[in-house]
Design a protein around this ligand. Structure first.
Ligand SMILES: NC(=O)c1ccc[n+]([C@@H]2O[C@H](COP(=O)([O-])OP(=O)(O)OC[C@H]3O[C@@H](n4cnc5c(N)ncnc54)[C@H](OP(=O)(O)O)[C@@H]3O)[C@@H](O)[C@H]2O)c1
Length: 252
C-alpha cells in the first residue's frame, strides 16, 4: 500500500526518542507525515530528527515529561505555534518496573500509572480539540499484551495497561461521530530498551522465546507498520479496539 492519504498530515508521538516510538516516527515519515517528537531526552530526539531529515521528511523536537500536567499544557501551545493543528496523536510513552507486590513503594506504583495512563488522559485532553472538526483524526494508545494477560511481577504495569485499554474504548465512543478513531496496539515482547533487563539475562531471554510461538522477539518496525495502517484511510472503520501483535503469545 502507498498510503498517499497520509502525506502532509501532522503526527505527535510521545516516547519518540527510541524503541517503538522512534520506529513509528520513521515509518510515518517514510509516507510523508510531519512529526512532532516528544520525550524527556532532547539529544536522543534530535538524533531521530536527523534520521527523518535524511529521508526528506520534517520533524520537530518538543522535550517534555508527559506525566506532568503543566508540561503537557505548555506542549500543546508550542506544537500549535509550530504546526497549527495535528491530525494524529500516538500516546506511546511508557515505563515498566518488574517486582513483587510487597516490594513496590507507593511512589513507584503512582509513577507507573502516571506515565502509562494519566499521560494519555492529559495528552488527549489537550490535543483532542486539534482533531475535532477535521472529518479525520487518529489516536493510538500503546497498550500491551499485558493489558490482556500477565506474568508475576507485573501488577503495576498490567494495571496501567488494562486501564489504558479501558480509556481507549471510552474515548473511541466519545470521538466516533467526529470520524476520529481511537485504538490500542498491544505488542508482545519486542527488542527495545524497556526489555533490556530481559534481553540481558540469558535465562529470561530463553523463557520469553519459549513462550512466543513464532520463536522470536518482535521487531519495532513491525509495530510501526501497523500504526501506519491504522493512521491511513484504510483504517477508518477500525475504532474502539485493540490490535494484538505478539507472535501468538496470547493465543495460548
Ligand atoms: N517493547 C515491548 O516489548 C512492549 C510491549 C508492549 C507494550 N510496550 C509499550 O510500548 C511503549 C514504547 O515502549 P518501548 O518498547 O519503545 O520502550 P522504550 O524503548 O523504553 O521507550 C520508551 C519511551 O517512552 C519515553 N518516556 C518514558 N517516560 C516518559 C515521560 N515521563 N515523558 C515522556 N516520555 C517518556 C522514553 O523517552 P525518554 O526516556 O527519552 O523520556 C522513550 O522514548 C510503552 O508504552 C511500552 O509500555 C512495549
Amino acid at each position: 500500500m502507498k498510503f498517499d492519504d497520509l502525506k502532509n498530515k501532522v503526527a505527535l508521538i510521545t516516547g519518540a526518542s527510541k524503541g517503538l516510538g522512534k520506529a513509528m516516527a520513521l515509518a510515518l515519515a517514510e509516507v510523508g507525515v510531519k512529526l512532532a517528537l516528544v520525550s524527556r531526552d532532547k539529544k536522543l530526539l534530535s538524533e531521530v530528527t536527523a534520521q527523518i531529515a535524511a529521508i526528506g521528511a520534517e520533524a520537530v523536537v518538543f522535550p517534555a515529561d508527559v506525566a506532568d500536567e503543566a508540561q503537557v499544557v505548555a506542549l500543546e501551545k508550542a506544537i500549535a505555534a509550530r504546526f497549527g493543528r495535528i491530525q494524529i496523536l500516538i500516546n506511546n510513552a511508557g515505563i515498566n518496573l518488574r517486582k513483587s507486590i510487597t516490594d513496590f513503594t507507593l511512589e513507584e506504583w503512582n509513577r507507573i500509572q502516571a506515565v502509562n495512563v494519566t499521560s494519555a488522559f492529559l495528552m488527549s485532553r489537550s490535543f483532542v480539540p486539534h482533531l475535532l472538526g477535521q472529518g479525520y483524526g487518529r489516536i493510538i494508545n500503546m497498550t500491551s499484551m499485558m493489558s490482556h494477560v500477565s506474568l508475576p511481577g507485573r501488577t503495576a504495569y498490567s494495571t496501567s495497561k488494562a486501564a489504558l485499554l479501558g480509556f481507549t474504548k471510552a474515548l473511541a465512543l466519545e470521538l466516533a461521530p467526529e470520524q476520529i478513531t481511537v485504538n490500542g496496539i498491544s505488542p508482545g515482547p519486542c527488542t527495545t530498551e524497556i526489555n533490556r533487563p530481559l534481553l540481558e539475562n540469558p535465562e529470561l531471554t530463553q523463557f520469553f522465546l519459549s513462550r512466543i510461538p513464532v520463536g522470536r522477539w518482535g521487531r519495532p518496525e513491525e509495530v510501526a507498520q501497523l500504526a501506519v495502517f491504522l493512521c491511513s484511510d484504510a483504517g477508518g472503520f477500525i475504532t474502539g479496539t485493540d490490535i494484538v501483535i505478539d507472535g501468538g503469545w496470547t493465543a495460548q
